[in-house]
Design a protein around this ligand. Structure first.
Ligand code: ZN
Ligand code: ZN
Ligand code: FE
Length: 754
């Protein structure tokens, strides 16, 4: 044995609330090491008195065997003054601000529990088993510190056997707050019309049969109810769409396992890793073929996930089909239903059965959605499995509440140096969603012990989030939408020095009172300069234009051809009522309800409508998605455009019109259109860089959820040797904006400027 020395090991990363301390305890005691382990605000600290060889071994083991839901960042070691320990212990902390950082996201059921489900007599086919490494967390937590009495598990009293495991530090269920077994835990109930069925075996058989025979079942998940049907059965899928009033939007599916998914989708290694990660997001994959056409509804991609609750595994054991549609249980744009009675009342009439269980869902949480671009994962919607993991901002954001945007709302709270983003809330213009927003803000304030003293909101005074922010009666910082988009990326990547910001999205109020959305900024957290944007174009009908992309096509064509457009032989025009087109032209000419916009989303709308892909959209961003969908990247050709501080795509539209009339393949036109937007971005960034000397580019905004565009812009900028920052942990759409608002407000406070 070598010389005995005292060491302090500091482990940073995602190490809180994921069973990390018991893991360290077991590791140390099994090796006969002495010392202690302690949670601090930012990391886990371990004291050991040992020799160099055992220390190296210990650190190796931490890296190799860490709990599945942990993500180890840095491990640092320093020598400490000599001290003798007796045994190894977990030091309990009473500090609440530490407890705050320990709320874990929900974790997919682990391998060990799946094995227990087939072996342990009291957990045979028991769908609510969990352990320190897995199970519900955020969705069941009501208050802190995190223990069973403050979760929706409070009404279930542990049986003696569960209690023993819970109290045994050597057991995998040591302090697993939601632990349960068939003797003492929650149960499922299947409601079919007037019949109520209990007993897991009977429930599994009935549910599986229903789905295999083309039925629709509303199933309670972790963060809310979902609607399930066989994804290979077109009639079932059609019925489900009708019942949900969801005409166009693609539906997500769950495959029984990765192998089944591979038969229907193309899956890269990175995508497979993401699909199988404990967070189990929906991952957007390229569809090969074979699912009912109504699932993706004309899109070449498919939102795919793998089982994450024990019940999902049991169901797939019983069902014949290897893939089910699993889409949120709500009507139209309302929040996902979490209450059993509401599910029976609202989802009951539109499904063949409702399957629920008697453990409450406290925090509503949709599935998260991710995609892989250039071999890196990006989030499109951040909810289950991710929330409430904080984003480390590197400076104090304490006491700040950021209200978020309006359409794809998430809000954000600052605690110490950490930004806690809410789960996906949705479109606040929906009445129920606004209620969900208010309720969730209150719950986060309670849960994370935050009394806001400073509020950040969007510059747009009419956003319902802005109005809510103003109602709080606190000092308020109004943040320009696109500045917030870029600040959010900066915060995520820990960048504070000035960057070139490229924010392409649908709409955001500019400081000239016009509608921005294709902004080239030079900015830091303190402020921005707007150096270029796409030219302003009237948006006839205002908000109506976002639902009717043909209006933007008419607006673009009017800009180029004037009234001659009425005589042009364009397929999309012939499908429109000429009187309506005439009205739109008059609105533009007389400047009636035709605000000017530089929104990139509107340019994509115009192109999609011009190509006849989407004249009216049935869901948010449908037109740009349909345009991307037909890209066949066989060309690097671009259309002409006028560069400058007001970049005009009129020459591109002129060329596109010629090609449409010449019968050129729409896929090729779409590709060239994307290539053009990409070139505009790369060139303008290069121009701004030449003047400013800045070499870091941060890009955000909903338009970058377009994979082809994103990936092409990124490679173009990398080729030009820029440092390129895209949002990865947060969505690039308005769901990520609250973080930017938060850090900008923090900066203003730091400068004494609000
Ligand atoms: Zn487990
Ligand atoms: Zn039990
Ligand atoms: Fe936006």
């Amino acid at each position: 044995m070598g010389e005995m020395v005292n060491y302090i090991i500091t482990v940073s990363g995602l190490v809180q609330g994921v069973g990390f301390r018991p893991f360290i305890y077991r590791l140390a005691t099994e090796a006969g090491l002495e010392g202690w382990v302690l949670n601090t605000n930012e990391n886990v600290r371990i004291a050991l008195r040992t020799d160099q060889a055992a220390l190296d071994w210990f650190i190796d083991q931490i890296r190799q065997q860490a709990p599945p839901a942990s993500e180890i960042g840095a491990i640092s070691v320093e020598k400490a003054p000599p001290e003798v320990f007796s045994g190894f212990r977990i030091i309990e902390s009473e500090n609440l601000s530490e407890a705050v950082t320990r709320v874990s996201p929900d974790i997919a059921v682990c391998k060990d529990c799946l094995a227990d489900m087939k072996e342990q007599s009291k957990r045979l086919d028991y769908p609510f088993l969990n352990c320190t490494n897995c199970g519900p967390r955020f969705t069941i937590i009501k208050d802190l510190p995190y223990d069973r009495a403050r979760t929706t598990m409070q009404e279930f009293t542990m049986c003696p056997a569960c209690r023993n495991e819970y109290g045994d530090v050597q057991d995998r269920r040591f302090h697993a707050q939601p632990t349960a077994c068939s003797v003492c835990g929650p149960e499922y109930t299947l409601v079919m019309g007037t019949e109520t069925i209990s007993g897991i075996q009977e429930i599994l058989i009935r549910t599986a049969n229903l789905i295999d025979e083309g039925g629709i079942v509303a199933i309670k998940g972790l963060g809310g109810f979902f609607m399930a049907c066989d994804a290979l059965n077109q009639e079932a899928v059609r019925r489900m769409r009708d019942s949900k009033h969801r005409e166009g939007k693609p539906l997500a599916v769950m495959f029984g396992n990765l192998e089944a998914a591979g038969r229907y989708c193309e899956i890269s290694d990175t995508e497979a890793t993401l699909l199988s990660s404990w967070r189990r997001p929906i991952v957007i994959l390229k569809e090969k073929n074979g699912l009912a056409p109504g699932v993706s509804n004309g899109f070449a991609t498919i939102g795919t996930m793998l089982p994450y609750m024990p019940f999902h595994y049991l169901l797939f054991e019983q069902m014949k089909t290897r893939v089910i549609v699993l889409t949120s249980g709500n009507l139209a744009e309302e929040p996902i239903i979490i209450d059993n009675r509401q599910a029976e009342d609202i989802l009951g009439p539109v499904s063949d059965a409702v399957l629920h269980y008697n453990r409450g869902i406290h925090n509503r949480c949709d599935d998260s959605v991710a995609m892989v671009v250039r071999d890196q994962s990006r989030l499109l919607r951040r909810s289950r499995g991710y929330v409430p993991n904080p984003v480390h901002t590197g400076s104090s954001v304490e006491g700040i509440f950021a209200a978020g945007a309006e359409l794809v709302n998430c809000f954000c709270l600052g605690k110490g140096n950490q930004a806690i983003m809410s789960q996906h809330i949705g479109d606040l213009k929906n009445f129920e969603t606004l209620a969900f927003y208010r309720e969730t803000v209150d719950r986060f304030r309670t849960l994370f012990r935050l009394e806001p003293e400073l509020v950040a909101c969007d510059l747009h005074p009419d956003y319902l989030s802005t109005r809510y922010a103003r109602e709080l009666g606190l000092p308020t910082v109004a943040v320009q939408h696109h500045h917030a988009h870029i600040a959010s990326v900066m915060a995520e990547h820990g960048v504070t020095e000035a960057v070139i910001g490229v924010s392409f999205d649908g709409t955001g109020l500019g400081d000239d009172q016009r509608i921005w959305g294709s902004e080239f900024l030079v900015c830091d957290l303190a402020g921005y300069r707007r150096l270029a944007h796409l030219e302003y174009i009237p948006m006839p009908g205002g908000d109506k234009a976002t639902h009717e992309p043909w209006r933007m096509a008419v607006s673009y064509l009017y800009r180029i051809y004037g009234r001659d457009l009425l005589n042009m032989d364009l397929p999309f025009l012939t499908k429109l009522n000429l009187a309506t087109v005439e009205q739109v032209i008059q609105a533009i000419e007389k400047n009636i309800n035709s605000p000017l916009t530089s929104g990139a989303g509107r340019v994509f709308d115009a192109a999609a409508a011009l190509l006849g892909l989407c004249t009216r959209s049935s869901f948010h961003a449908e037109a740009p998605m349909r345009l991307e969908n037909i890209v066949s990247p066989v060309t690097n050709e671009v259309y002409p455009y006028d560069d400058g501080t007001e970049i005009s795509m009129a020459p591109a539209f002129r060329a596109m019109v010629d090609e449409v009339m010449g019968g050129v393949d729409v896929g090729l036109i779409s590709t060239k259109f994307h290539n053009t937007v990409s070139e505009i971005i790369v060139n303008r960034v290069a121009g701004i860089s030449r003047e400013s000397g800045i070499r870091t580019v941060a890009l955000s905004g909903g338009t970058f959820q377009n994979r082809y565009l994103s990936s092409r812009v990124e490679s173009g900028l990398l080729d030009a040797k820029f440092k390129v920052l895209f949002p990865r942990q947060l969505p690039s759409n308005d769901g990520g904006i609250a973080l930017g608002q938060l850090v900008i407000a923090a900066k203003k406070r730091e400068m004494g400027d609000y």
